[in-house]
Design a protein around this ligand. Structure first.
Ligand code: COA
Length: 333
């Protein structure tokens, strides 16, 4: 089976999407740009001063990129005004908006908001918060979405569980303490995202340390309530809980602990009760099971703005750009 990212890259090539990369003072961004342009995965907008970026790139062929410098861009005043209008109720002035629009990440996200690019990938040198806060402040949630959240696609080698070893883990990167309502919406968004990116039927497990009432506490009650709410909101999606991980993926355990469940024993989407458990779990899968971990990827935003890990490679940036293109195309529909 072609690797997850190979398939996504092939899909991206047919979409002709435009992605902004604001971290142009990091060489991995420019190495990724050269590869993306050479492979025809996306069009790239590099944020910053063109001659400085070209000098930094050295022999890398980034000639196919568009360069946009926030300091001299002809639409700068329009951008400042747009940010001021969006955030004036939070005390932003025209003066502070001008300062914020000089920040490359904020500027790139505003390009997405105003339709000049289809998405943004950042986070090689910024924290998750520094990438995600401009996203939630400027592009905000997509129509019909209750909130934004972040997930990883996890591909475990030689694994018969999930979709041939592929899973979606949510939330592993953004929402620290989801409410019952948040968790229900995130489960539904994750099902749609799994279908979009992995192209298989989602089966969503609302994970816990308890299976079907084996333990009882406020923690398990919250997962049970979120499961009930998600089923109410999306009766056509296979969602079940509360389930332990073994009951979620191992058919024999499912048969004894959760007989009759439409999800137990065959789950491919894991919903975690909070960011601690979701983030810990993806790192365990990555380090101990030698899984490929793609993400954090956002969902629920009006435009795809995706984060990177600061330890990312240039190939990770190429992959994140390809995923962003596929998400952007899905939003066009
Ligand atoms: N979905 C949609 N909107 C959200 C949101 C979400 N998940 N989280 C916050 N917002 C909105 C708020 O409602 C607020 O809107 P408003 O200012 O228009 O009223 C706006 O975004 C900013 O909220 P603010 O309170 O300033 O930000 P925050 O402190 O809640 O931070 C994040 C939001 C996304 C930056 C924060 O959740 C975060 O840092 N997550 C990353 C966690 C992390 O470090 N992960 C690393 C592991 S890989």
């Amino acid at each position: 089976m072609a690797k997850f990212l190979d398939k996504i890259s092939e899909r991206a090539k047919k979409l002709n999407k435009v992605i902004a990369l604001p971290e142009t003072n990091d060489i991995r961004t420019l190495q990724a740009t050269a590869k993306i342009l050479e492979r025809g995965i996306a069009k790239i907008v590099l944020i910053g001063n063109e001659s400085e970026i070209r000098a930094f790139a050295g022999d890398l062929d980034i000639s196919g990129a568009r360069f946009v410098d926030p300091k001299t861009y002809e639409r700068r005043e329009e951008y400042i005004k747009a940010f001021y209008e969006l955030r004036k109720h939070k005390g932003v002035t025209l003066e502070s908006a001008a300062e914020i629009m000089s920040d490359y990440v904020y500027f790139a996200v505003m390009m997405a908001k105003l339709g000049e690019v289809d998405g943004v990938v950042s986070g090689a040198i910024h924290s998750s918060s520094d990438t995600l806060r401009p996203a939630v402040q400027i592009v905000k949630t997509a129509p019909g979405a209750a909130l934004a959240s972040a997930f990883f696609i996890i591909s475990v080698p030689d694994c018969e569980y999930g979709s041939n070893g592929t899973f979606l883990f949510c939330d592993s990167g953004m929402v620290e303490m989801p409410t019952v309502e948040d968790l229900a919406h995130m489960a539904i968004d994750s099902a749609a995202t799994f279908e979009l990116l992995v192209e298989d039927v989602p089966r969503v497990a609302m994970l816990s340390y308890s299976t079907k009432g084996s333990a009882k506490s406020p923690l398990t009650e919250a997962t049970i309530a979120a499961t009930k709410r998600a089923k109410e909101l999306a009766p056509n999606i296979a969602i079940d809980g509360e389930l332990q991980v073994d009951a979620a993926i191992v058919p024999s355990v499912a048969a004894s602990k959760a007989p009759g469940s439409p999800v137990a024993g065959k789950a491919n989407v894991f919903m975690f009760p909070d960011l601690n458990s979701g983030n810990i779990a993806y790192k365990i899968a990555q380090r101990l099971a030698k899984a490929e971990a793609y993400g954090p990827i956002t969902q629920g935003l009006a435009k795809p703005i995706n984060d990177l890990s600061r330890g990312c490679s240039d190939e990770d940036i190429v992959g994140a750009v390809a995923i962003t293109c596929v998400q952007a195309a899905a939003q066009d529909k």
